[in-house]
Design a protein around this ligand. Structure first.
Ligand code: MLC
Length: 481
């Protein structure tokens, strides 16, 4: 794999550089040839800034075609792309920058456009092997301290090839892309698969249900988180006519309910294909393209990837719930500068332990049944309770808190905080709730509890451990009331 992932992409679009790569509504279409040139400018500009192979480049940018060119330019140089959610606060970005020690940090789309305008292109593609690092994707840890999941050129290439085949991508496809490009879903799963087929992508700046619906009739494939589908089904216009060209709707990053799966099928005639993945291992399993897409299951291991489920005693088991483990060329080499966390996430025989609990049936179909920790997935974004609890507990009016995810009609799960106030301070719960939102100023807004509930005490077991399952059960309908 001499030119790494970019070399592989280039082989697929080189014969047809005039094909449209990204089309922004009301903007000019960008061909694959244009994208190649723009990424060469990005590589040249970064090189003039002193970035070289192996250096990290942090990007916290609103979604744009230049953002894609920058990503490809970084890979082209053999440097390492570090995308950050645009919702992260200054304090969060500072932390990531300290950890990644990048050679360049790009946070201003205008500066990027200006840099590209004045750059000398670098048309070379750095020689990158399968094990060379391509990206660091930060995921928060259960203790609240984020970890950079390392992904290599080999991880990107093998996963894109596997998805391309599993989902039958063709040059005639038109992908509707409304996902953010700071996570593996929008950046890697969606864009890589489309670009590897040299097909067209309708590139929307953000998810707006009405705009997505307006673009659907032109699309053959869409990928999204369940919230996209629930917002679309809330619109009258979602029907078979709107999806007349659509051959594939993919959902991932969070579980889709059977009810939503059914609703989309009834309205559009398309059975959503659910797949399962994570930043550390890209895509792991997928429901079949040809064959039953069973609601509530995430399908079979992708070609070349092995999945097993291990029970409490550590042995692989079929038909019973246990820890989902994965092995294959999709699994990254570990966490950036965290050999401890890397070792903890591996079994002695080298399998990656996902942290998800699931069940394999005798045919190898995987059903996810929950997570080992109490991570919350809200609208496809991960939120770690410990981070929010630590911030809340630091407030002088708070004795203690417990943060959980509760069913939410729009976000799947939403963050709720149960707070025990210091005696004498709980006079005005609304006031305390707004103070608490203030103490979370350093955390991205999507992590903030959507609801604060004042309680006299938290339920505990005999060992004194807070019973989060009990809180979740007791307040299951908090967001539907
Ligand atoms: C936005 N907000 C959220 C939120 N997104 N709150 C909780 N959970 C979320 N996911 C809050 C903002 O903080 C803000 O709050 C308010 O909602 C409006 O912000 P917005 O940006 O206008 O919201 P909206 O555009 O409606 O965004 C919702 C969304 C978006 C669902 C469209 O979050 C989204 O695109 N999610 C997809 C995430 C994704 O790509 N995940 C893939 C991870 S990769 P306030 O209080 O400031 O008003 C992965 C691996 C895999 O998981 O397998 O795919």
């Amino acid at each position: 794999m001499n030119g790494g992932f970019v070399g592989l992409l280039r082989q697929s679009y080189e014969p047809a550089p005039d094909r449209v790569c990204l089309r922004v509504p009301a903007g000019p279409a960008m061909t694959y040839g244009d994208m190649d040139e723009r990424s060469a400018l990005a590589a040249g500009w970064l090189r003039s800034l002193g970035v070289s192979a192996g250096d990290r480049v942090v990007a916290q940018l609103s979604k744009s075609t230049d953002g894609v060119a920058l990503y490809l330019g970084v890979l082209r140089l053999g440097a390492v792309y570090v995308p950050l959610n645009t919702a992260y606060t200054e304090a969060e970005v500072d932390w990531f920058v300290d950890d990644a020690e990048p050679a360049a940090v790009l946070r201003d789309a205008d500066a990027l456009a200006g840099g590209l305008a004045g750059a000398q292109p670098c048309h070379d593609i750095a020689a990158c092997g399968t094990d060379d690092l391509a990206a660091l994707v930060y995921t928060s840890g259960t203790t609240g301290r984020p970890k950079g999941a390392m992904l290599t050129h080999g991880n990107l290439a093998t996963n894109a090839l596997a998805l391309n085949e599993a989902w039958a991508f063709q040059p005639e496809d038109v992908l509707l892309h409304a996902l953010p490009i700071f996570h593996v879903h929008g950046l890697m799963v969606a864009l890589h698969t489309a670009m590897l087929s040299a097909c067209e992508t309708i590139f929307l700046e953000r998810f707006d249900a009405a705009e997505v619906l307006a673009c659907l009739p032109e699309a053959t494939v869409m990928m999204g988180v369940p919230t996209y589908y629930s917002r679309l089904t809330a619109l009258d216009g979602l029907d078979a006519a709107a999806c007349s060209r659509v051959r594939l709707l993919v959902s991932g990053s969070a579980p889709m309910t059977a009810e939503l799966h059914r609703a989309v099928a009834e309205r559009t005639g398309c059975e959503v294909l659910e797949r399962y993945g994570m930043s550390e291992a890209l895509m792991i399993t997928s429901n079949p393209y040809d064959g039953p897409r069973v609601a509530g299951t995430v399908g079979f291991a992708l070609p070349g990837i092995e999945v097993r489920v291990c029970g409490d005693e550590g042995a692989p088991t079929v038909g019973r719930a246990g820890m989902v483990q994965v092995r294959g060329p999709n699994v990254g080499p570990g966490y950036w500068r965290r050999p401890d966390a890397t070792a903890e996430s591996r079994t002695v025989d080298g399998w990656f332990v996902t942290g998800d609990v699931g069940r394999l049936d005798a045919d190898g179909r995987l059903t996810l049944e929950g997570r080992a920790g109490d991570m919350i997935i809200s609208g496809g974004l991960n939120v770690y309770p410990a981070e929010i609890e630590q911030a809340l507990d630091a407030h002088p009016a708070v004795t203690e808190s417990a943060v959980v995810g509760l069913a939410h009609p729009d976000l799947g799960e939403a963050v709720a905080a149960f707070v025990v106030a210091e005696p004498g301070t709980a006079g005005d719960p609304d006031r305390l709730a707004s103070d608490l939102a203030g103490t979370l100023a350093d955390a991205a807004r999507f992590k903030h509890p959507k609801r604060f509930v004042m309680v006299d005490e938290l339920p505990r077991n005999a060992m004194g451990k807070v019973l989060k399952a009990e809180l979740r059960a007791r307040h299951a309908d908090l967001f539907s009331k």
